[in-house]
Design a binder for this molecule. Structure first.
Ligand code: AMZ
Length: 280
């Protein structure tokens, strides 16, 4: 095979071919309340702001801007304890090739199986991780790689049921238990920061990532590209992605720029000689 064949391959695939998948996933959040795309402030249902009445159009926009995953939350579902916004979820799954993860109100096997059958790639379990950990263990066995545990913490303690209740369970202990059960990842949300544009809770994320061997996805508070660049320091510890909500909707963060800064194909991962005469 000629050298030019490989050179063209390198042109096509860039750094990925050389280094494999690199970069953190920048995951836009689409929070669903009564079929609309909203943001809450610190998870408070009384402080909701509608950003778009058409969540599928929002999903399309994030995909066009480079999203490699979408994060959907059924806020009505989290509050009442069963999925409510399946219509909007199905519309998004149908309209995009990008993998979708969904949480909110998944409290039994059937709701999990139904969402996965719809084409949702991963489901996020919050309340039942605290209230029925054995069920989470069974689901991890039945749907390997597709169960993610969402740990939403207030001062290190796990909140449940739409964040209307706070348990006595420690976030780190729960994460360790769920990792042992075979959860694919932990999404860690700092409730006091969520929807506030105050920056992520780096120290809590560091402590969590150091305590478990499965990927951690950071959520809550991202306000700027600088916040995202700061998260890169935690990538070697296993923080593999970050969920961005309000900052994308206010325009404080451009998804395109965020993906370029920390996502796959980011500049710092391009080997120096790829830019030089080797393929010029
Ligand atoms: O903002 C809230 N009040 C809220 C929220 N975003 N309440 C729950 N959730 C999300 C969690 C997780 O993704 O971050 O719902 C999911 C957990 O739902 P459940 O029903 O499993 O506890």
């Amino acid at each position: 095979m000629s050298a030019s064949f490989f050179i063209n391959l390198l042109r096509l695939r860039g750094a990925e071919l050389v280094f494999g998948e690199t970069g953190m996933d920048v995951i836009p959040a689409i929070d669903l309340l009564e079929g609309k795309c909203v943001r809450l402030f610190q998870g408070d249902y009384a402080q909701s702001q509608v950003f778009n009445e058409n969540p599928a159009a929002v999903a399309q926009q994030w995909v066009e801007q480079g999203a490699t995953w979408l994060h959907l939350v059924d806020l009505d579902g989290a509050k009442v304890g069963h999925p409510v916004n399946q219509g909007a979820i199905a519309a998004i799954v149908r309209s995009t090739e990008v993998p979708v993860q969904v949480g909110g109100g998944l409290r039994d096997r059937q709701s999990v199986a139904d969402l996965l059958a719809l084409g949702v790639r991963r489901v996020i379990l919050g309340t039942i991780a605290v209230e029925q950990p054995d069920l989470v263990a069974q689901l991890c066995q039945e749907f390997p790689g597709q169960i993610v545990v969402g740990i939403d913490a207030r001062n290190g303690k796990v909140a449940t049921r739409g964040w209307l209740e706070t348990s006595e369970v420690e976030a780190i202990a729960l994460a360790q238990q769920m990792a042992n059960y075979g959860a694919a990842a932990i999404i860690y949300t700092d409730i006091y920061r969520d929807g506030t544009l105050q920056g992520p809770n780096y120290s809590a994320l560091r402590e969590l990532a150091e305590a478990i061997a499965i990927p951690v996805i950071a959520s809550g508070g991202v306000s700027s590209i600088t916040d995202l660049l700061s998260l890169l320091a935690l990538e070697p510890l296993g923080v593999t992605g970050v969920i961005v909500g309000r900052a994308l909707y206010t325009g404080d963060v451009s998804l395109r720029e965020a993906v370029r800064a920390i996502g796959n194909g980011r500049l710092q991962d391009v080997p120096p000689d790829l830019g030089s005469s080797a393929i010029a």
